[in-house]
Design a binder for this molecule. Structure first.
Ligand SMILES: [Fe+2]
Length: 235
């Protein structure tokens, strides 16, 4: 199961068009995925569409996938950037959640850690949501300070590490931090964060192969399948 990817066509910087989206779905199905929760970016400047447009795009993609003979289960959510929109929708209790669960996907700023972050995560929980922090390995403040990430998220949020970071897309430091999070047991979830069909041969398949070499099978099953399944069924 994948709880973070950008396969809904034409919404954000993910799949460019329906053909690209179908190619991604086919590649992910071949790689063993059976359930995908697409998470288009949501912020207050560039990606301002609301849940109606996301759902309409999801409905079209589901129809196209079934016409193409793909039997994947498809749902949607959103990947919130930390900022005003997240704050407003949290206040209004109108956050877009993952597959209508209580889980919300939130990415943190990459260059600094807002002082209010522990409070924001706590308030998100207090409002009845469960935050999942998307690819915290990309946040500079945690590169040499994994304990700082653990202190921020323990009891407040789940940690989701991305395949793109594990593959080295963002350089050696982020790759090293991502693998450290996985190998030291601080990652709760793994997600492809796949943006394009080109990432199937370049990122998704090689990272799956490397994970199978480096991570015990039981633990890997937890990160890729059991935990995401449990989150969506519990909520
Ligand atoms: Fe993403």
């Amino acid at each position: 199961m994948d709880l973070h990817l950008h396969v809904l066509p034409g919404l954000d910087d993910g799949a460019r068009d329906p053909a690209a989206a179908l190619e991604m779905l086919r590649g992910l199905a071949e790689a063993g995925y059976t359930h995908l929760v697409s998470t288009p970016h949501a912020d207050d400047r560039r990606y301002t569409y609301g849940p109606e447009r996301i759902t309409a795009t999801l409905t079209e993609l589901r129809a196209a996938a079934s016409t193409a003979g793909l039997s994947l289960r498809l749902d949607s959510g959103a990947e919130y950037a930390y900022g005003a929109r997240f704050h407003d929708e949290l206040g209004a209790r109108s956050l877009i959640t993952l597959a209508r669960s209580h889980y919300v996907l939130l990415e943190l700023p990459e260059e600094f850690m807002p002082a209010a972050m522990p409070t924001v995560l706590f308030e998100t929980g207090a409002a009845g949501y469960y935050p999942i922090v998307a690819h915290p390995e990309r946040c500079r403040p945690f590169h040499d300070d994994i304990p700082r990430l653990v202190a921020l998220t323990t009891g407040r949020a789940l940690v989701q590490v991305s395949f793109r970071s594990l593959a080295g897309t963002f350089g050696r430091t982020i790759r090293k931090t991502a693998w450290a999070l996985v190998e030291q047991g601080h990652a709760d979830l793994l997600a492809t964060d796949c943006h394009s069909p080109r990432e199937l041969p370049k990122i998704v398949r090689p990272v799956l192969a490397e994970l199978r070499e480096r991570i015990p099978a039981r633990r890997l099953h937890q990160l890729l399948t059991a935990t995401p399944n449990r989150l969506l069924s519990a909520a």
